[in-house]
Design a protein around this ligand. Structure first.
Ligand code: AKG
Length: 287
């Protein structure tokens, strides 16, 4: 059964902790095998739409096998990945948690963390959003496998969304030896640092606030491949910042126009019932 709406208690827990763990039901069960198969193609460089993702941070044969494999905006390359990343359900649930009137996609992350791969350094997503107004997002992380605490699932520092925003630290992102360095630097003496791993069934996952410190430990579990699909979403009215630019994503900013083009930042869900029209051409995940 998929989840269509959160209870008041779940919304309260998101605001108290800075994240909400959802045991299952964020992906139709029928779609799980098909999505996992698309991961293999994407990481083999096979792009259904003929368009390369915005970032390919791991390439077979080029990069060490002990790195978490990451692609950003795989949805531009693969329509089934797009159907899940841009789903109305994900958008509606995120909007409910954040109190947004609607949401649009900023970016996806296609993450594959086989046994033996290293950590993703703990960070706040909001540190990387100063090229947007407002400089914030909310994120849905979905696991395509049953996770285990020792398999390096995403993990959160409970209550850390109430800490200030730290500057970005890109060098500590991929495979740092000390994945908690940023958390230690950000925590005030006496702040409790309780790390909560997201242990869910395939198709379950979590939502988090843009200031919540999170990352993932190395995958020390020999039998969990740990594929995860992430939607980073913006409030629907978000625009580009007039001056601040992101090295990659500000290429979609038109001259003299700060609006976000729906070809690249489609509206996933809006309380008026609006959804970017071309999204209805994507494949049916229930089929
Ligand atoms: O899956 C991971 O290892 C980290 C994912 C992450 O940083 C995110 O979803 O924002």
């Amino acid at each position: 059964m998929t989840i269509e709406r959160f209870t008041e208690e779940q919304v309260g827990s998101f605001h108290r902790d800075g994240f909400l763990i959802v045991e299952e039901g964020l992906v139709p069960e029928k779609a799980l095998d098909r999505l996992r198969e698309r991961y293999l193609r994407l990481f083999d460089g096979e792009y259904e739409t003929g368009i390369k993702p915005d970032e390919v941070n791991w390439v077979k044969g080029r990069d060490p096998d002990d790195r978490t494999r990451q692609i950003c905006n795989g949805w531009r390359s693969d329509n089934l990945i797009a159907a899940q990343v841009l789903s109305a359900r994900t958008g509606r649930l995120a909007a409910q948690l954040m109190g947004y009137r609607g949401v649009r996609i900023l970016q996806d992350n296609v993450l594959w963390k086989p046994p033996g791969t290293k950590a993703i350094g703990f960070h706040q997503d909001g540190s990387y959003a100063d090229y947007l107004v407002p400089p914030e997002m909310t994120t849905c992380w979905i696991s395509l496998h049953d996770t285990a605490a020792d398999a390096g699932p995403i993990a959160y520092v409970r209550g850390s969304h109430l800490w200030p925003k730290s500057p970005p630290a890109r060098s500590q992102f991929h495979a740092p030896d000390d994945w908690m360095a940023g958390v230690r630097a950000a925590a005030h003496p006496g702040d409790p640092v309780e790390v909560v791993p997201v242990v869910v069934k395939a198709g379950g996952g979590s939502f988090h606030h843009n200031l919540t410190w999170h990352g993932s430990e190395p995958n020390a579990n020999a039998s969990v491949a740990r594929m995860a699909l992430v939607s980073h979403m913006l409030p629907v009215q978000a625009r580009f910042h007039e001056h601040n630019a992101d090295l990659i994503y500000s290429r979609y900013r038109r001259r003299g126009d700060l609006s976000l083009d729906e070809s690249f930042f489609p509206v996933m869900w809006d309380e008026t019932g609006y959804r970017t029209p071309w999204l209805s051409d994507l494949p049916d995940l229930e089929a």
